[in-house]
Design a protein around this ligand. Structure first.
Ligand SMILES: *Cc1c(COP(=O)(O)O)cnc(C)c1O
Length: 366
């Protein structure tokens, strides 16, 4: 049985997919290394992160720490797993943690899994929903949290809070600081040491052109023993990830795309410029971009009452927008949404975006 995918080779503005599209090298690598336990062809030490052929050891010990500005990295199953593992390592059940209101839902699930109380730093509300990191300070004093988390950027508005300033604030209180970089690391330069955070989690399948499921957890040396306690029975195995990391297809596609990812983060300013241009053009059509303005990320959230109005009379109802876009080879806005929607300009060329604008214009004119 071969499963066919219907949305291949379309203009893709789906925010959760735009940064995870494989490079040509990664596609070939995926076929080469898709077999189960393929990375263990030549495997002397019994440790995944010490494999020399393919060169996984150097990737984990050298390339990734340099890329993320961290002392040590571990390969994990995605940002959510990293968040959960850090909570488990640095808190006790019943502790309070301090997070931003724009957090990803998995942050809350991870807190629930670890029996933690969650306090949120509120955003500024409609229309920008900004997080002012200065607001962390009074809540730190009031609640004495065991962990501080910042979502950089959030997955709804694509707002980029001042992570570095939060690093300065937090350093006065000696509380571990976790940066959720699921939507940033692999799209733009992000450095744990420059931000002065303790931990960073990234998502390979969201922002590093990799197959699922994979992510990276980067951290400072001082956390090593706490985070990665060794088994008393198998002294070279770390307990947290049950002795193994992500391997096989996700690992090898992450490695195959990595040289390209290292290069593409250097073009981030062009990405921001493209997103700002697109946002301004959408506003010219009468849509309203919510979240930070001017915007600093490719993830854009729009309010579109005109489309909602059309959907109330259209024979396809609220699915009309999805169908119209699909007809034009455009894919990635959630089927059924009209009043609000988010999209990403990351993977689309300016020409693609021009086509999207033209399509919206025609929809509004009809
Ligand atoms: C997608 C996303 C996650 C979850 O990432 P996974 O790697 O799939 O676990 C976490 N946080 C944010 C902000 C996200 O956008």
């Amino acid at each position: 049985m071969i499963y066919k995918r219907q949305n291949k080779n379309k203009i893709n503005i789906n925010p959760i997919q735009a940064g995870g599209i494989l490079t040509q090298d990664a596609k070939k690598t995926l076929i080469e290394w898709g077999d189960g336990y393929s990375v263990c062809d030549i495997w002397y030490s019994g440790k995944i992160d010490k494999i020399e052929n393919p060169q996984i050891r150097k990737f984990i010990d050298e390339a990734l720490p340099k890329f993320l500005g961290s002392d040590i990295v571990r390969i994990i199953g995605g940002a959510r797993e990293g968040i959960c593992a850090i909570m488990r390592a640095v808190t006790k059940p019943g502790d309070t943690i301090l997070i931003d209101e724009n957090k990803h839902y998995t942050t809350v699930l991870a807190a629930e899994k670890n029996d933690l109380k969650v306090i949120e730093v509120p955003n500024s509300g409609h229309p920008q929903y900004k997080i002012d990191v200065k607001d962390y300070e009074k809540l730190i004093k009031k609640h004495k949290p065991a962990l501080i988390l910042l979502t950089y950027p959030d997955g709804n508005y694509g707002n980029m809070p001042d992570a570095k300033k939060l690093g300065e604030i937090v350093s006065k209180y000696n509380i571990p600081y976790l940066l959720n970089a699921a939507y940033s690391a692999g799209r733009l330069p992000v450095s744990l040491s420059a931000i002065n955070a303790d931990f960073i989690v990234t998502s390979g399948h969201k922002s590093m052109a990799s197959s699922e499921p994979i992510g990276i957890l980067g951290f400072r040396k001082k956390w090593k023993d706490i985070l990665f306690k060794k088994s008393s029975f198998y002294p070279d195995k770390e307990i947290e990830f049950l002795g193994h990391y992500q391997k096989g297809a996700p690992m090898m596609t992450l490695m195959a795309s990595f040289p390209y990812v290292v290069k593409r983060v250097k073009n981030w300013e062009e990405q921001v410029e493209k997103a700002r241009w697109f946002s301004a053009e959408m506003e010219n059509l009468g849509f309203k971009q919510l979240g930070e303005k001017p915007h600093n990320h490719d993830l854009l959230f729009f309010e579109s009452p005109q489309l909602y109005k059309i959907s109330q009379k259209h024979k396809d109802g609220r699915f009309f927008l999805y169908k119209e876009l699909k007809k034009n080879g455009i894919y990635g806005i959630k089927p059924g949404l009209t009043k609000y929607f988010k999209l990403s300009t990351f993977a689309a060329s300016k020409q693609d975006l021009q086509k999207i604008l033209k399509t919206f214009e025609e929809i509004l004119r009809k």
